[in-house]
Design a protein around this ligand. Structure first.
Ligand code: KG4
Ligand code: ZN
Length: 363
């Protein structure tokens, strides 16, 4: 049955418009991603109205392109999976309504996908050996969470951010250093230019929020404030290139250290709770593209005798293949939705976990 499944995925929850087709066997037959970066760059962040209009302008062409690239036609599509939250509601509505219209016109099932579930299940798209349950560090522009993934629709949230998300902190700190949006990739690039990492840390010490404390929660707003203080109190006044590369290096390594510390606690708890032979830690979401963070987590897993998995870089950023794959997983379980499924701007993966402040609109 798996061989014949072909799911059309649609992603429009933030500033990437994307359409993809994924088979039941996990083959990505097409995955077109159109970034709106240029439209938003001048504003230093995503402008919801501009994002929604851009999705509207390009989605039809991308869906047609995804079909053409896959060599399939609508008759060969088994079901449509569209991000239906969380995210910027205007964009979410555009992708969701397009998905419903295709499903209605071709009389095929519709699946309303939680964008976070797309990130959470991505590892199983590229590595079929990853079985449930696994421990997940989800780090994106709007969310920073530690979850146990027990299956599609079955999540336990063990930690979340008390204020900013990790990606948000990368973006805001980059802005403080005068770097363009999105800040994460810029910080990573400039940190590589740091000539003396030890000296950089001494010049620009940063707090490590919640490090060494119990539990799996995160806090990043103090880190961002410390970055602002450094930039506002430079002894020579102006922010020079060498200051930026030192600051970027210190910031990135502090981020990696804090994430590692919180994952360390989660790994202990996971091992105690699940007692698996080969426990796995997975990292996903846009910030999972960061090589310093990946390396820190990989090192931790070697130490803790955990398997570590990070998806390929192209599947860390928002994309429709991950939405189509979440669709495959849900379709197999019969978890299809009706056409009156409502978009959800806020949609926690673990509804039983208490809500926290600070999760932004991006997912
Ligand atoms: O998952 P994603 O594409 O969109 C959301 O759903 O939020 O994540 C976007 C976030 C942005 O904050 C961006 O700065 C960050 O991921 N990001 C990175 C890197 N690449 C993207 N952060 C650190 N290092 C990177 N290489
Ligand atoms: Zn995302």
């Amino acid at each position: 049955m798996n061989d014949t499944i072909h799911i059309l995925g649609i992603e429009t929850s933030c500033d990437e418009t994307s359409a993809a087709i994924v088979s039941g066997k996990g083959e990505i037959l097409s995955n077109l991603v159109l970034s709106q970066l240029e439209e938003h760059r001048a504003f230093g962040g995503v402008v919801p109205e501009i994002a929604a209009r851009a999705h509207l302008d390009h989605l039809d062409t991308l869906i047609k392109g995804a079909l053409d690239d896959s060599g399939l036609n609508f008759k060969e599509i088994t079901a449509v999976a569209a991000t239906s939250g969380p995210g910027l509601i205007g964009g979410v509505m555009i992708g969701m309504v397009a998905g419903k219209a295709i499903a209605a016109a071709h009389d095929i099932p519709f699946l309303g996908i939680n964008h976070l579930e797309g990130h959470a299940l991505t590892p199983r798209l590229t590595d079929p050996e990853i079985t449930f349950p696994y421990l997940l560090l989800l780090i994106s522009g709007g969310h920073t969470q530690i979850l146990v993934v027990e299956g599609p629709g079955q999540y336990k949230r063990w930690g979340t951010t008390l204020d900013d998300a990790a990606g948000e902190c990368f973006d805001k700190s980059a802005k403080i250093m005068g770097l363009p949006y999105p800040g994460g990739p810029e910080v990573q690039k400039i940190a590589l230019e740091c000539l003396d990492p030890k000296a950089a840390k001494v010049r620009f010490p940063l707090p490590k929020p919640l490090k060494g404390r119990e539990g799996c929660d995160f806090s990043f707003s103090g880190l961002k404030t410390a970055m602002r203080n450094h930039v506002e109190h430079l002894p020579e006044g102006d922010l020079k290139r060498e200051d930026i590369r030192d600051l970027a290096y210190t910031f990135q390594s502090t981020m990696a250290e804090v994430l590692k510390d919180r994952c360390n606690n989660a790994i202990e708890r996971f091992k105690d709770t699940y007692k698996m032979k080969e426990p796995t830690l997975v990292v996903s979401g846009g910030v999972a593209a960061n090589s310093a963070i990946r390396a820190a987590l990989e090192g931790l897993c070697v130490k803790k005798d955990m398997r570590f998995y990070a998806p390929p870089l192209s599947l860390c950023q928002d994309n429709a293949a991950m939405i189509a794959w979440a669709g495959v997983e849900r379709y197999r379980l019969g978890l299809v939705d009706s056409l009156d499924f409502k978009a959800r701007p806020r949609w926690p993966l673990d509804p039983s976990a208490p809500p926290r402040h600070g999760a932004g609109v991006k997912a």
